[in-house]
Design a protein around this ligand. Structure first.
Ligand SMILES: NC(=O)c1ccc[n+]([C@@H]2O[C@H](COP(=O)([O-])OP(=O)(O)OC[C@H]3O[C@@H](n4cnc5c(N)ncnc54)[C@H](OP(=O)(O)O)[C@@H]3O)[C@@H](O)[C@H]2O)c1
Length: 230
């Protein structure tokens, strides 16, 4: 069975992706900082998974994730999904607290690369893949989205260069589109986000991505959902 590490799988998009891959027979290693929420989420998945509570910014936790995948035979897929928005509501860049900005970069930009560094030897050997979850905020100049958006822009450019440097590995930076999650609610505090699609709606497109293995590149899951060639 193929093996995937999915970060931030205790709720939202990460949990939906974990469900989708578990249903497809993947062995999974998942994380999240809230141990109780992670255990409850893992218990609801359709097969046993290795759930390791921890913070992706913690180097020892990242080593534990990759070691757990190694015990299952080694990761074929690393899904860097864990992310934070930053303050809610989001401050404009002129007022953005720099200590918080550093945290946003650590979680959203540094940790995904750090995990990829650990997983790369195995991914190269197995012809595996890295998915870095990004956002349209990485490429659009939405006012108020400067902290989160610039962190995601860093992930995108790091992904682009990693793809050029690692021809034996697929690297996809994946924009899932707007989804009804806790982070999305934090981004639009006090607003009714009930019209946004549930994370489960993008799972078929994600499954199509990992099964059809298109060349490395930027992927909008909406394009795969719409049936464009992968
Ligand atoms: N929702 C959208 O509309 C949307 C659009 C574009 C991109 N995205 C991206 O999709 C990904 C998932 O977001 P979401 O909307 O599903 O958010 P979410 O509902 O807030 O879920 C985030 C997940 O990441 C975990 N997490 C956060 N910080 C972590 C850390 N430092 N270490 C380990 N786990 C951590 C959370 O658990 P704990 O809090 O317990 O750690 C949770 O499981 C993110 O990368 C986000 O930027 C979302």
């Amino acid at each position: 069975m193929p093996v995937a590490i999915i970060t931030g799988a205790s709720r939202g998009l990460g949990l939906a992706l974990a469900n989708g891959l578990a249903e497809a027979g993947w062995d999974l290693v998942v994380d999240g900082r809230d141990a109780a929420a992670l255990a409850e989420a893992a218990a609801g998945l359709p097969r046993d998974v290795t759930a390791l509570p921890g913070d992706v910014t913690d180097a020892a936790h990242r080593l534990a994730l990759v070691a757990a995948a190694d015990r299952l035979g080694g990761a074929d897929l690393l899904v860097n999904n864990a992310g934070i928005l930053g303050p809610s509501p989001q401050p404009r860049l002129a007022d953005y607290p720099l200590d918080v900005l550093r945290d946003v970069y650590e979680v959203n930009a540094v940790a995904p690369l750090a995990l990829a560094q650990l997983a790369l030897p195995g991914l190269r050997a197995r012809g595996g893949a890295v998915v870095n979850v990004t956002s349209d905020a990485a490429v659009e100049a939405y006012e108020g989205w400067g902290g989160y958006g610039s962190a995601k822009a860093a992930v995108e450019q790091a992904s682009r260069i990693l793809a050029a440097e690692e021809p034996a590995v697929r690297v996809w930076w994946v924009d899932p589109g707007d989804l009804r999650t806790r982070m999305h609610q934090e981004a639009f505090p006090g607003e009714d986000i009930g019209d946004r699609p549930e994370p489960v709606t993008v799972v078929p497109a994600f499954r199509r991505l990992v099964e059809s293995r298109p060349p490395s590149g930027r992927i909008r899951l909406a394009d795969l959902l719409a049936g464009a060639p992968a």
